[in-house]
Design a protein around this ligand. Structure first.
Ligand SMILES: C[S@@+](CC[C@H](N)C(=O)[O-])C[C@H]1O[C@@H](n2cnc3c(N)ncnc32)[C@H](O)[C@@H]1O
Length: 198
């Protein structure tokens, strides 16, 4: 199957899954590659630490990260939707795709990368989630990262979808990508090493 046809099928699948479960998908269309290119600049292209991507969808961010120079072997993509996860596994065979919940990272990731992850890149629709789930996901991410690990989240609203005060995180707005419909804003969250939880 040609590359473009594969992508077209991915977009179609994304839209169909969104119609089924709009709250979980959180967007009607996949993100543009420009968002992934922007995120790659904050993920240290030259390094070799593992990177987790939460909410792979149909792979638009994953492909842009790889195109920007991130080795596919560094990427661990977590996707809850079984059909999207199967599509990702088929079309991105060099990436580790895990069908599962971002709230359970320590039990679904390979044991040898736990504690070595330095970036989590998330396109999860945090704004649609109950606060307890949001907290569980953040705890799960910081649990598998190195102490100085960075959580990157993009949102379609100009405001942060994570309350830094409630979760005891440091927040920084990294920029807005206008070449996306709607424009996407990328936020960085870090945890004070002395802080116990989220
Ligand atoms: C807004 S879409 C982004 C998809 C893709 N990264 C993009 O930018 O086009 C969010 C994705 O997160 C997935 N998702 C939602 N909750 C999740 C969870 N708890 N764990 C893993 N994936 C989840 C959805 O199924 C969906 O594919």
């Amino acid at each position: 199957m040609g590359l473009n046809l594969d992508r077209l099928l991915g977009t179609k699948l994304f839209i169909l899954r969104c119609l089924r479960n709009p709250r979980q998908l959180g967007a009607v269309l996949p993100t543009s590659g420009h968002v992934g290119t922007f995120l790659a600049r904050h993920a240290d292209v030259e390094a070799d630490f593992p990177i987790i991507e939460l909410g792979g969808g149909s792979g638009s961010v994953t492909r842009a990260l790889i195109k920007s120079g991130i080795a596919p072997s560094r990427l661990y993509v977590i996707e809850l939707d079984p059909e999207l996860a199967a599509y990702l596994k088929k079309t991105l065979p060099d990436v580790t795709v895990i069908q599962g919940d971002a709230a359970n990272l320590s039990s679904i990731l390979p044991a040898d990368i736990i504690g070595k992850v330095q970036r989590v890149i998330s396109s999860l629709p945090m704004i649609n989630m109950p606060p307890a789930i949001r907290r569980k996901i953040l705890e799960s991410c910081f649990e598998v990262m190195t102490p100085g690990g960075i959580y990157l989240q993009f949102t379609y609203a100009p405001l942060s979808s994570i309350n830094d005060k409630i979760h005891q995180l440091k927040k920084k707005r990294l920029g807005t990508i206008l070449r996306n419909v709607p424009p996407a804003t990328v936020w960085q969250y870090t945890r004070d090493v002395a802080t116990a939880g989220c």
